[in-house]
Design a protein around this ligand. Sequence first.
Ligand SMILES: Cc1cc2nc3c(=O)[nH]c(=O)nc-3n(C[C@H](O)[C@H](O)[C@H](O)COP(=O)(O)OP(=O)(O)OC[C@H]3O[C@@H](n4cnc5c(N)ncnc54)[C@H](O)[C@@H]3O)c2cc1C
Length: 549
Amino acid sequence: MTDETDPAAPTLGAADLAELAAYGDAQDVAVGDVLFSPGDRSYDFWVILHGEVEILRPDPTGDVLVTVHGDGRFLGELSLLTGQRPYLVARVSRPGRVLRIRIPEFRRLLSERAELADVIFRALMARRELLRTGEGARAVKIIGSRFDGDALALRAFAGRAHLPHVWVDLEDDDDVDVLLASMGVRSVDTPVVVTPTALLRRPSPGEFAQHLGLTFRAPPGYTFDLVVVGSGPAGLAAAVYGASEGLTTVSLDAANAGGQAGASSRIENYVGFPNGISGGELTSRAAIQAQRLGARLNAPCPVGGLRVEHGFLVVELADGSEVPSRSVIVASGARYQRLAVDELERFEGSGVYYAATDLEARQCAGSGVIVVGGGNSAGQAAIYLAQQGSRVTICIRGDDLAKSMSRYLIERIDADARIDVQTSTEVRALDGERHLERVTLEHTPSHERRTVTCAGLFCFIGADPATEWLGDLVALDAGGFVLTDRSLPASVREDGTFLVREPLPFETSVPGVFAVGDVRHGSLKRVAAAVGEGSSAVRSVHEHLASSA
Ligand SMILES: Cc1cc2nc3c(=O)[nH]c(=O)nc-3n(C[C@H](O)[C@H](O)[C@H](O)COP(=O)(O)OP(=O)(O)OC[C@H]3O[C@@H](n4cnc5c(N)ncnc54)[C@H](O)[C@@H]3O)c2cc1C
């Protein structure tokens, strides 16, 4: 029987160990044997039949003990599923015998042995949380200034991907030069990422992800059943349903799993969460669920194009590689519109933000901030920022918030003394040294301008569909949203494949290519709707695969 007193460290009983034996190879180990270490490309699932293994964080001053596993324990954490390279060392400290289960067999085990999979999965999740908050996190350091947009991008990526890491803010460090010199780094080289095997100077989130082993490497000669482009709520739902229904599924996202919902501090209208749930939490749970069920999820991994070749769909990645697939679900959602104001780019990430999560809120706590926009996302952001200690001004171009925002949000805003609403007001100028400090606003009817101190300008002024990567392959509406099934023009519905069968639900003008969520013409632009569409579209994928087999 398994002892699960501590979910992060269950001890497997004899029956479980016997069940596991069928999936791996047993081998003897001696003191000092290394089962995995940071130089490795990946690692396997190791079970200690008897003996002891120390998990260590490599450090220039000497290895630091993170934890110890003995008889009946297994090694590893969530990176077993995400593909992240090991960043800790597993070294045998008492001789014995171990079972090595390679990753494909480990995935088979998870899908075939539900009860055992639950125990293992709970432990992998609990260990990730322990690593994020404990000694293990120190294996990966992001060092930079809180005023630097590039540093914020790295932190946002690491935060949304739930990567164990620590953040070292140069602004808080008295001895910045000494710290940087000890690593042979100049301040112009920051932000830097320090891992057990490398020091990355000014990496992009993509380069950081590549170093960690999180970017997508298309298996040569392999054709997937389903490629999902975009891992927002719609894409994650498609990945969960695709993988759980036995389709070989990969979901690729240009930025991070989570999409727009990941940028929402609180989603209040998602069924089953009466107290609301943070968008980050909802989507990171969905991402883990998809991986557990066998989907591959990779980010950052921008898709640059899609073409049809010899009856197959070929997804073209921005790095030039290609992924053949039998079907594609377009779930690339929408991107925020940017304000037309000088110097916007200079302050993006250092005062101008498109999300109001804990990370951005902490940057501005105690200061005045401006939220631009009159939709529900702006309202949620304003309430959250006020709760986190900012004085908030909501600026809208129109004259009445009620024209664009839900009643329940307006009532909360009215009741919150920390939030002020300025109607008929537009942003005219931004100013500051290294970080945004002042914003000039204009009251448009009177043309009266005033400059206010402002540590954060949060823009929620609508979004455009992310469809440029599709070129002219699929039919779009005038706004660039993807047309599907009944909204397809008659010229498409009465041609080619669609002469033989009707377009399937969510099918675009190209048979086998489906579109779901915010990117789809006529969609509801809500998390629950996106999730529903992503899940339902998988049924159409099955029908397409059956008809084209
Ligand atoms: C701040 C905020 C608060 C919100 N609050 C709520 C709320 O409370 N309730 C609610 O129901 N809705 C809310 N919404 C709306 C909701 O988040 C969206 O309707 C939902 O996220 C749409 O999901 P999606 O998967 O269709 O698209 P998105 O969430 O837009 O995800 C699309 C994904 O595709 C990726 N992508 C784009 N182009 C490419 C490419 N070429 N290659 C690879 N990947 C690509 C993007 O990086 C992104 O991750 C909110 C939105 C915002 C911005």
